[in-house]
Design a protein around this ligand. Structure first.
Ligand code: BES
Ligand code: ZN
Length: 638
């Protein structure tokens, strides 16, 4: 059986090469109904069946090579879902191709899809649908071999009364033509045709449908690819402004570091606020949280991150959950290199400093489950990868690569290796061991004994499998952007016994700070013993950090003010914080898990009932994945 601990598919025996979806989006009944036709390559002689992953699908019929076939849906595994077994004709030879069509519908239990009522959108006039398939939810949207070790091309014909977007190249109607092909939005059905000619892992299959419009970004001379942005009409101006400066420049710069962009189109889609991530690198179409629209272009690092996945993840893919760090660690490392190239060297260090705080928090969160403190995690079959999701693969991973860069002699000798790495494994799915073997092989060919000695000086065991709260090596970063934030935090710390009326702080203390410096200021404050409540309230009223639209700053303020659960400040701000993430009861929750899970966890420590009641009130407005994980955080489920 195949290695992927999260899949029941027999993809080492027979694997999908292409899948064709014919879907109708049924907003009234909140389901997708249609079919998936797989072109499968037989990889071993005489296999008796093909096994797909599914979760909560209702099957209507199965055809193999155009003929009606029997099938069996096995009982549901709580994490992996129900394996779909389809018998195949006997005597199949390795190398042959076979076609299987499954007609099915999604159900209310579908964890991949969130169906939003019109009230939960910006425009309040039309419903909305979007998917989130990473890590293991594609199987809830369609029967697939749901492992990143399987790379598939896909085509799709999606009939919808609202414009439909997919993680592929649109064939028709044209993106820059009239919205919804000139038909009546919300009423007339239009069939959208997409094609993804590059094999991608199933977790990158994505769909969104709603009242969305497109604005192309200016083209860069000499570039074949196009970039642009989708959002509801109410946000398109703000979204275009936030990202039009940087997106194409970042993509072009990443091409200079690695190899040319292969997907032809790189579009962004700003989703409604319940989207559970900051960004998701769906092929050709990155999904984004609207919390990035800060109005000051300070959160473009998320764009740098998601577009970097075009090479690390969407090009070279982790073989399965144990090697997830290859996607995120590499992407985070390159994201920060882009910040250095396009913004300033100091920004790279600054980003590592911010990452380290998040890393430290998450390492502490897992003190009782030290296995998840590892970079390379050995999952048991059927273990939930979402339980292990944290900043650890991102920041331990990025630090390992940075440590390698420095140990091997800096960017001049490291970047040619990066290019070789990507070119070698482009289109493949690999393990940590394959990555490491290539690294050694490359430096044997380019540098020899001296470089191998450098590589041997790395404590691989500690980096891959080390537990505990520290990195194996003490890392130094450019801290020039952090200094002013540290100084101000220090002043607050040393004034803790001064009466409020005698404090010399002023509303304009933060004026010269970027948003990120404000974040670092508040994080630094958290590293001290909590300030008296009177000081916290004074700080909030001076700096307006509890009412800012910048969610990054607001999150840090709440974490800081809730740090001493029994204090009056914690009582006061816990209620505010909970109200913030449930959108004040408007249905517009702050669904990005980085914000809502952290806030619910912090509020839970202050007042369990407050956290639980707030969540219960708006539970159904959260994405099914966020709902599941918040329920665990609040001990409502295990
Ligand atoms: N691919 C991830 C999101 C993801 C990972 C979803 C695992 C489901 C399972 C995406 O690229 C990501 O890392 N998003 C970050 C953005 C950030 C690090 C800039 C996020 O959402 O916070
Ligand atoms: Zn990522």
């Amino acid at each position: 059986m195949a290695d992927d601990p999260t899949s029941q598919a027999n993809y080492t025996e027979i694997a999908t090469e292409h899948v064709s979806f014919k879907w109708t989006i049924d907003f009234a009944n909140q389901k997708i109904a249609g079919s998936a036709t797989h072109d499968l390559r037989v990889l071993k002689d005489d296999i008796g069946e093909v096994i797909f992953d599914t979760a909560d699908l209702v099957l209507d019929s199965v055809e193999v090579e155009g003929k009606s076939s029997s099938y069996e849906v096995k009982p549901k595994h709580p994490i992996m879902g129900s394996a779909l077994h389809i018998p195949l004709p006997s005597g199949l030879k390795s190398g042959s191709l076979i076609k299987a069509t499954i007609k099915y519908e999604t159900t209310k239990e579908c964890t991949a899809l969130q169906w939003l009522a019109k009230e939960q959108t910006q425009g309040k006039s039309f419903p909305y649908l979007f998917s989130q398939c990473q890590p293991i939810y594609a199987r809830a949207m369609a029967p697939v071999q749901d492992s990143p070790s399987v790379k598939i091309k896909y085509s799709a014909e999606v009939t919808s009364i609202l414009p439909a977007l997919m993680s592929a190249i649109r064939q028709s109607p044209p993106s820059d033509g009239p919205a919804h092909d000139g038909k009546v939005i919300g009423k007339d059905a239009v069939t959208y045709i997409y094609h993804q000619p590059i094999p991608i892992p199933s977790y990158l299959i994505a769909i969104a449908a709603g009242n969305v419009v497109y604005r192309p970004f200016p083209r860069l001379p000499g570039k074949e690819w196009t970039c642009g942005i989708w959002s509801e009409p109410e946000l398109i101006e703000a979204a275009y402004w936030e990202f039009s400066e940087d997106t194409a420049r970042f993509l072009a710069s990443a091409e200079d570091i690695v190899v040319p962009y292969r997907f032809g189109v790189y579009d962004l889609l700003v989703l409604p606020p319940s989207f559970p991530y900051g960004g998701m690198e769906n092929a050709c179409l990155t999904f984004l949280t609207p919390t990035l629209l800060a109005g000051d272009r300070t959160l473009v690092d998320v764009i740098a991150h998601e577009l970097t996945h075009s090479w690390f993840g969407n090009g070279v893919t982790h073989a399965h959950a144990s090697h997830f760090w290859l996607n995120e660690g590499w992407t985070t490392y390159i994201e920060r290199l882009l910040l250095q190239v396009l913004h300033s060297p100091a920004e790279r260090g600054f980003s590592f400093i911010i990452g380290n705080k998040a890393l430290k928090d998450d390492l502490e969160m897992y003190v009782d489950r030290p296995k998840y403190q590892r970079l390379v995690i050995e999952f048991e079959k059927g273990e939930d990868p979402d339980d292990a999701y944290s900043r650890i693969p991102y920041d331990k991973g990025a630090n390992l690569i940075l440590h390698l860069e420095r140990t091997l002699g800096g960017l001049d000798v490291f970047l040619p290796y990066v290019r070789d790495y990507v070119s070698t494994f482009m289109g493949k799915s690999i393990t940590t061991q394959q990555w490491k073997s290539h690294l050694y092989g490359y430096y044997e060919r380019n540098g020899g004994a001296e470089k191998i000695k450098a590589l041997d000086s790395i404590d691989w065991e500690a980096w891959f499998y080390g537990e505990g709260l520290e990195l194996p090596v003490k890392m130094e970063y450019d801290s020039s952007l952090a200094e002013s934030a540290y100084k101000l935090a220090e002043r607050w710390d040393s004034s803790r016994s001064v009466e409020i009326s005698k404090l010399a702080f002023q509303a304009n203390d933060l004026d010269a700070f970027s948003s990120t410096q404000k974040v670092v200021f508040l994080e630094r404050l958290q590293s001290y013993k909590p300030l008296p409540s009177s000081h916290i309230e004074h700080l909030a009223s001076l700096y307006k950090v509890s009412s800012t639209h910048n969610a990054e700053i607001r999150l840090r303020f709440y974490q800081f003010s809730l740090a001493d659960p029994s204090s009056p400040a914690a009582q006061k701000y816990a209620a505010e914080a909970a109200d913030w993430v449930i959108g004040g009861g408007s249905g517009m929750v702050v669904g990005r898990m980085k914000f809502c899970r952290d806030v619910f966890r912090a509020v839970f420590k202050v007042n369990k009932d407050l956290a639980i009641n707030a969540f219960q009130k708006e539970k159904n407005s959260f994405h099914p994945i966020a709902r599941k994980l918040i329920e665990k955080d609040l001990k409502l489920s295990s």
